[in-house]
Design a protein around this ligand. Structure first.
Ligand SMILES: [Zn+2]
Ligand SMILES: [Zn+2]
Length: 467
């Protein structure tokens, strides 16, 4: 029988963390001030003039971003100890304007707008040993020793996220671009140098084959020993560049095998070569069975990651700074709605719930990596799907949505550059996209991330329709 997480003491998630954590200042992270965040959504790079008569006084009403939402309704990146922005607090921001005029950016065009997604490569019979590489060894991983209140959930036989589900999520998230299966099934085959010998678990290379080409992929044993074999993601992305179809805006490869980038890392879950329009994501490390080792606290995954008492508990500062008064508390309706909708289901209690959890994590990362193909760099403005992440514990605290700055980039690429709409058409596109996200999330009611996202999108749509 499977071991399910035991229920933790219920946290009521009363107060919300809307600014960076108390640790952020210690790490040297300075949140972009509101005027810069507003300016970062505009083409001019300056703050848009306020919308006139509806405003009594500038200070009384939450300022709007260029895409029409109250800019104060988005929480800051959390920046907890060991989070990516805590390690790299000076990571430069990419405003809408700098994105817009980035020369290397690929614009979607009529004849180059299809997002291709390739299913996990088939393991051919001579490579059967690669099946063993899919099984996590939960005994050998380094334990975070995080004092978890839960037992490791799931079991090794949990099926990995399905291709259809990923495609369904991405076609919602990247609404407006056709999404197609890559027309060939990829295969793992022996690499020719090792073909003469019998390929085995100690092979240093495997081949990743399409119908008419084969790329050499380096293989190693992961330093933390969680899997028996690990594939080099740079080699996989090189293979993706080779196979990019002519009408492709981008190509995403799905993998169930573990990946690494170079000698310095333990593993990597996803990477994009945005300029080359290719990306790869792996489901391996998102397996819920590994959660205990990396110290994931189930009850505080997004959206409950914005629970103030949880954040203060993770920051070893003597006295948490009092959050400056929050005059726009009502603007945080979307986050509050997300927490209220998700809090009772955020800890999965069934096999189906664990499957959904695994899928939701991969879906979020897949949408992040494809975001790089649209020229979006890592986001430092808000808690956002385009934030960089330093590990699993941080990963599950981040939201699935695009912040107003990232959304202004993506919506401009699709609604304006590709579809030729003006700003009104772009607003409409944004609303339709939220509608599609709500519909998608309604199909995943047992999952905290999607249920939270659905409630968040619904509240956001309400705010947009009010303005
Ligand atoms: Zn990234
Ligand atoms: Zn963002």
């Amino acid at each position: 029988m499977n071991i399910m997480p035991t229920s933790e003491e219920q946290c009521p998630h009363l107060d919300l963390q809307l600014e960076p954590s108390p640790y952020a200042a210690e790490a040297g992270f300075e949140w972009q001030p509101l005027c810069r965040r507003l300016a970062a959504t505009t083409k001019s790079g300056r703050r848009a003039p306020s919308a006139g008569s509806r405003r009594k006084a500038e200070n009384d009403i939450p300022a709007q971003s260029a895409i029409g939402e109250p800019a104060l309704s988005y929480p800051a990146p959390l920046v907890l100890p060991n989070d990516d922005l805590a390690c790299d607090p000076k990571c430069p921001p990419q405003s809408f304007r700098s994105w817009l005029y980035e020369k290397a950016r690929n614009k979607p065009k009529e004849d180059r707008r299809t997002l291709y997604v390739a299913a996990v490569p088939e393991i051919t019979s001579s490579m059967a040993f690669m099946r063993d590489w899919l099984q996590p060894d939960t005994a050998s991983g380094r334990s975070s020793g995080g004092g978890l209140k839960q037992k490791p959930p799931g079991n090794k036989t949990l099926p990995s996220p399905s291709y259809e589900d990923i495609v369904s999520y991405l076609s919602t998230f990247y609404r407006g671009l056709p999404l197609k299966p890559f027309p060939q099934r990829l295969r793992f085959v022996p690499w020719e140098e090792t073909r003469m010998k019998k390929p085995n678990i100690h092979s240093t290379y495997v081949g990743l084959a399409t119908r008419d080409s084969c790329t050499r992929i380096r293989v190693r044993s992961p330093p933390d020993g969680v899997f028996k074999g690990q594939l080099n993601l740079g080699d996989i992305l090189d293979a993706a560049i080779e196979m990019l179809p002519g009408d492709a805006y981008s190509l995403l490869l799905l993998l169930d095998h573990d990946m690494y980038e170079d000698e310095d890392d333990d593993f990597c879950c996803g990477r994009a070569y945005g300029g080359s329009r290719v990306a790869v994501v792996s489901s391996s490390r998102y397996h819920p069975i590994l959660d205990e080792q990396v110290g994931i606290e189930y009850s505080h995954m997004w959206p409950a990651s914005h629970c103030k008492s949880y954040i203060n508990g993770l920051c070893t500062v003597d006295k948490p700074k009092e959050q400056s008064g929050d005059p726009w508390a009502t603007s945080f309706i979307p986050l509050r709605a997300a927490i209220d909708a998700a809090k009772d289901i955020i800890v999965p209690t069934s096999q189906e719930g664990l499957r959904a959890l695994w899928f939701s994590r991969l879906a979020r990362t897949a949408s992040h990596e494809l975001g790089h193909c649209f020229g979006m760099e890592h986001c430092v403005y808000y808690a956002c799907n385009m934030q960089s992440t330093a590990g699993m514990a941080e990963d599950v605290r981040q939201p699935p949505y695009l912040c107003p700055i990232c959304l202004s980039k993506f919506s401009y690429a699709v609604a304006c550059e590709l579809q030729g709409h003006d700003d009104t058409g772009r607003q409409l596109y944004i609303q339709e996209r939220y509608g599609a996200i709500i519909t998608f999330c309604d199909g995943w009611k047992g999952n905290g991330l999607f249920t939270g996202y659905g409630a968040w999108a619904r509240a956001r749509l309400d705010l947009l329709q009010q303005t």
